[in-house]
Design a protein around this ligand. Structure first.
Ligand code: GLN
Length: 488
């Protein structure tokens, strides 16, 4: 067996398994050993499900031998610890749930398992997915494989670090304001956030229900297409999941970019974007143009309102969603409460970290009588303006392209004292969540040895064009193949 199987993408592993080059047990075992060797320094995993993974891999090999292999048979991947996994700790990065063993699987987990995928473990994340650097996790920060002193982004930072360090070829993530795409950009991986309603949120612990969407972090657009085809589709258990046909995303990748209309947002290149990152993104746009894409400028006049709007809507919804963690039904429970009020106060006071508390307080405030109209209602109106800007832009273009994050990965600790600077990291990604649009980040270069990402946003159900654009770009470039030296 070759030594460098960890460098293979999911698609390559699938082909090798079909050819019998190696077995699901062999690749699973190899990756588990890599996790054991590297995770002490990365902290990408909260739970490693080694025994379960090996047992699933064995079943996958048997299923294949019996000629019944599913679409992801024997393919190893990791799940963000926000997805409920039956009989396995599902902590959501919080002390509140650090004793919660889910009694059922999330739909995403179930669909991957039914297709034959092998779960390696559960990845670290910002507490309840609130953060952009993975530093709000109760389980400690995750380290970026490109520079251990830096953040891998957040909130899906465990997933991005695991994929970048070749501990897992792919991992799930969730994206409420950028939590798949920003960590993908900061680790040189591919991050796909589908259209709101494309993928079921059943069993995915809620942060802000009108913005949350499940997606994947992979090393190629091809792998993202493969996984999206399995995870997408109607689920009666999520009332916001839309019954819309699921195309063959992989088959759609090969069409050339000839004639694809790509919009460049004027506001994206204003002050705030790191100069070197801007150059890398512009070079990527030139590659798309060489492939036949037609570039033009588009205007998103209300884009600068997206961060303030998000930081009213998301905390409001989170304050409501997180009210269920009261120490009574599940999760952390304070010991020896004096009375019910004391039980509530101390269970929540002890169980939640500082950032989650900040959001709950902001959210409760903007929803309270007298402030609702001034803040929450106003934010919903601005949200509509932002969605309208996108709708108008998509009358003229098929895809909107720009930077994913304003800078490459910053140092751990650099922004923890200043929530506003931290929040501004999502300036380019949040708009897609507010408007419910699909978006992808693909590696497009390096700045001072750190990866940066090209961000592509599409109209609703536009995943095919995004994946195709990213795939065709990856055929011309090799940024997505770069692997941090210590993990080759
Ligand atoms: N960084 C943003 C926040 O802190 C987005 C998080 C996310 O997408 N889950 O809310």
């Amino acid at each position: 067996m070759a030594q460098d199987l960890h460098l293979l993408t999911l698609t390559q592993i699938a082909a090798s398994l079909r050819n019998g080059d190696f077995s699901a047990c062999e690749i699973t075992d190899l990756l588990l050993r890599r996790i054991e060797a590297s995770d002490a320094s990365l902290n990408a995993f909260i739970t490693v499900t080694a025994d379960q993974a090996l047992a699933t891999a064995k079943r996958a090999d048997e299923t294949r031998a019996a000629g019944k292999a599913g679409a992801l048979n024997g393919l190893p991947l990791a799940h963000k610890d926000i997805f409920c996994t039956r009989d396995v700790l599902t902590s959501c990065g919080s002390h509140m749930l650090d004793n919660f063993v889910a009694p059922y699987d999330a739909t995403v987990v179930e669909r991957f398992a039914n297709a034959g995928a092998v779960m390696l473990g559960k990845t670290n994340m910002d507490e309840f997915a609130m953060g952009s650097s993975n530093e709000t996790s109760f389980f400690g920060p995750v380290h970026n494989p490109w520079d251990l002193e830096r953040t891998p982004g957040g909130s899906s930072g465990g997933s991005s670090a695991a994929v970048a360090a070749r501990l897992a070829p792919a991992a799930t993530g969730t994206d409420t304001g950028g939590s798949i795409r920003q960590p993908a950009a900061l680790t040189g991986t591919v991050g796909l956030k589908p259209t709101y309603g494309r993928v079921s949120r059943y069993g995915m612990i809620a942060f802000a229900s009108s913005l949350d969407q499940a997606g994947v972090i992979t090393r190629s657009a091809e792998d993202a297409a493969l996984l999206l085809g399995v995870m997408a589709g109607f689920d009666a258990r999520d009332s916001t999941c839309i019954d819309h046909p699921v195309p063959d995303y992989v088959a759609g990748l090969s069409t050339s970019l000839n004639g694809l209309r790509v919009g460049i947002v004027r506001q994206h290149f204003d002050a705030g974007l790191d100069g070197q990152t801007a150059l890398a993104v512009k070079a990527a746009l030139a590659v798309l143009e060489e492939q036949g894409a037609i570039l033009s400028e588009v205007d998103l006049p209300n884009l600068d309102l997206s961060v303030p709007t998000y930081y009213v809507v998301a905390p409001a919804e989170c304050s409501s969603n997180l009210s269920r963690f009261d120490g009574v039904r599940f999760g952390h429970r304070a010991s020896d409460p004096k009375d019910l009020f004391d039980l509530y106060c101390r269970s929540r006071g002890e169980g939640f970290g500082a950032e989650v508390k900040r959001r709950i307080m902001t959210g409760t405030y903007v929803l309270s009588a007298g402030y609702y109209d001034a803040y929450y209602l106003k934010a919903q109106q601005v949200r509509q303006l932002i969605a309208d800007d996108f709708r108008k832009a998509f009358a003229d273009v098929d895809v909107i392209a720009g930077p994913t994050a304003p800078t490459p990965a910053f140092k751990l600790g650099d922004k923890t004292d200043d929530p506003i600077t931290m929040y501004l990291n999502d300036i380019y990604t949040i708009g897609a969540n507010l408007a419910g649009l699909p978006a992808i980040s693909t590696p497009c270069g390096f700045v001072a040895g750190l990866p940066v990402g090209l961000h592509l946003v599409g109209p609703p159900w536009g995943e095919e064009a995004l994946l195709r654009c990213a795939h065709q770009y990856q055929l011309q470039t090799d940024w997505h193949l770069a692997c941090p030296e210590a993990y080759r």
